[in-house]
Design a protein around this ligand. Structure first.
Ligand code: PAF
Length: 286
């Protein structure tokens, strides 16, 4: 695996692939890699002969300085994991490489309000930072396709919309959330939980699975949302939201049973706090 720390080093690698007529896919990450990320690399390798992974903790998408400074960083371990899984190149830029003119927010494409709901409302400026860095990474890597986790469903929706608006010549593949055997969605943030917290955090996926059953049995969203919030609360979480939405627009579903919805991609999204850690998960109903 080759490691590039600058755009120039990276472009030497991709120029070579271009000369060999090899297409490459891209997996953007913030490092602290776990099996969820490695699954994205596996998926990308199934479809493309070359895969580039970036590891960059992007300061412009954090709304809290302590969250940015506490974010786990382990570049050597990440490089070893990527080498093992068969990635071909690791792009490991510094903040100065990605933001040579400072970290002011760039011009934003029209995101049709997707960036101001849910995660956008909870973390002001977050999606602006994500679009800003992904635009810069895509311009540096220039991949044919990008592989991302469905766990951050709103990020996927925002980036698909941004890609269309910006005419990035890019396919975006969303890969199903990878879960621990307990059902807990894999996340770099899980490492901030105690052993007891890790066990308890699996409740979130059980509540989501139960909500799907209720939905299939004809219960309507508002009732199921209320049940979900109450179960999380009584299990010791601080739920922030537990909502049925349309995965394309992130608008709430009307309070109708599933048979009467006519929405192509209904999704349950949730955030709940445990031991001061903000846990995010979602459950596709399509
Ligand atoms: O999902 C992430 O880890 C980040 O938001 C991304 C896409 C790498 C941009 O920094």
């Amino acid at each position: 695996m080759q490691i590039a720390k600058s755009r120039e080093e990276l472009s030497l690698i991709t120029q070579q692939w271009n000369a060999e007529k090899l297409e490459w896919a891209f997996v953007p990450t913030m490092g602290a890699l776990h099996n969820g990320h490695l699954t994205l690399v596996h998926e990308a390798l199934k479809h493309f002969p070359r895969v580039v992974v970036s590891v960059f903790v992007n300061p412009t998408q954090f709304d809290r300085a302590d969250d940015l400074s506490n974010y786990p960083r382990q570049p050597e371990k990440d490089a070893a994991l990527l080498r093992e899984v068969g990635a071909h190149a690791l792009f490991l830029p510094s903040v100065d490489v990605m933001y040579p003119d400072g970290t002011d927010k760039d011009r934003m494409p029209d995101l049709a309000g997707l960036d101001t709901k849910y995660e956008g409302a909870a973390r002001p400026g977050h999606f602006e930072g994500v679009v800003q860095i992904v635009r810069r990474l895509v311009e540096a890597v220039y991949p044919k396709a990008m592989f991302m986790g469905q766990k951050d469903a709103q990020q996927v929706a925002v980036l698909k919309r941004a890609a269309l608006q910006e005419f990035w010549p890019l396919e975006i593949h969303a890969v199903a959330t990878v879960r621990e055997s307990s059902g807990l969605a894999m996340s770099s943030r899980n490492s901030q939980l105690s052993q007891e917290g890790l066990t308890k955090a699996a409740t979130i996926s059980r509540v989501l699975a139960k909500a799907e059953k209720e939905w299939k049995s004809g219960k309507t969203p508002r009732k199921i949302e209320k049940n979900g919030q109450e179960t999380l609360l009584s299990a010791g979480f601080k739920p922030e939201y537990f909502d049925f939405i349309d995965a394309t627009t992130f608008d709430p579903l009307p309070d109708l049973p599933s048979a009467q919805q006519g929405i192509e991609k209904p999704l349950i999204v949730t955030v709940a706090w445990l031991e001061g850690v903000r846990l995010i998960d979602n459950w596709p109903l399509y």
